[in-house]
Design a protein around this ligand. Structure first.
Ligand code: GLP
Length: 258
């Protein structure tokens, strides 16, 4: 399956940690992880080294050890709340330092799909912003945002590498979203996204598609790609009886759109 690479100047234990991290990132939550003994045999390290490597992953929350049973791929370390918060707010709230790398920042004419989303005529200007989002320097997500250009003139001149989009929208344009919709769907990492995120091509990802609205006008539509092995989504659920109405189901056939 996998083997520790023989790089002589890197401590064996660090290599084993790297290999194990890759392994747990690609396995579903709850999958068993090889035992100390098996790891030691396969990687040619002592059991003590294997134990140290497992300790590191356990401390990172990437695996859980159950006495008498073994080690298992643990629940994701990060929950994404289903609220209209920004990436910057979500990551800061978890005590991590958010940052971004702008991969693309252009103005494009709306095609039929974007025109429908933004309720504009085809050809109207839309800003396209693609960012790699990081937490404490580690890649967490790729976000492809489209913004109604007429609502945010000059936005393309902002340095979105170093500041929050939502903070800039509020400060420079007085935009604070009062409504939105978020769809969550399963996907597989494209080769390009996989490379940027440091995961295997085809690995499971979560795709979050958010439409953000202010006073009835769609301003933003963003698709965020998160590695599925590291995240879960959490949301408060309200009782149905409170409204007296039959609620719309949250599950619906998916439409693949921008
Ligand atoms: C979240 C949302 C995106 C939004 C982004 C803004 O990730 N899912 O739709 O564009 O936050 O983040 P920030 O303000 O940190 O740039």
């Amino acid at each position: 399956m996998w083997k520790t690479r023989g790089v002589s100047d890197v401590p064996k234990y660090a290599l084993l940690v790297e290999e194990l991290t890759h392994l747990v990132d690609t396995l579903p939550i709850g999958s068993p992880v090889p035992s100390e003994r098996v790891l030691a045999e396969r990687s040619g390290v002592s059991r003590m080294t294997a134990r140290r490597a497992l300790d590191v992953l356990e401390q990172d929350g990437r695996l859980q050890r159950i006495v008498g049973k073994g080690s298992f791929v643990s629940r994701p370390a990060v929950s994404l709340p289903l609220r209209l918060t920004s990436f910057t707010e979500d990551i800061t709230a978890r005590g991590m330092r958010p940052s971004s790398r702008v991969l693309e920042q252009t103005t494009i004419p709306a095609d039929g799909v974007l025109a429908e989303h933004f309720d504009v005529t085809a050809g109207e200007a839309i800003l396209r912003l693609v960012r790699l989002r990081l937490a404490d320097g580690a890649p967490l997500a790729i976000e492809r945002s489209h913004l109604r250009a007429s609502a945010v003139p000059g936005l393309e001149a902002l340095d979105l590498e170093h500041e929050s989009l939502y903070a800039a929208l509020e400060r420079d344009y007085g935009i604070r979203f009062d409504a939105g919709e978020q769809s969550i769907r399963a996907g597989n990492a494209t080769p390009i996204d996989a490379e940027v995120l440091g995961i295997d091509a085809g690995a499971a990802v979560l795709e979050l598609v958010r439409t953000s609205i202010m006073r009835g006008t769609v301003i933003e539509r963003t698709t965020s790609i998160y590695p599925g092995s590291r995240f879960e989504l959490s949301a408060a659920i309200a009782p149905v009886s409170a409204t007296g109405e039959t609620p719309e189901s949250a599950v619906r056939p998916r439409r693949d759109t921008k």
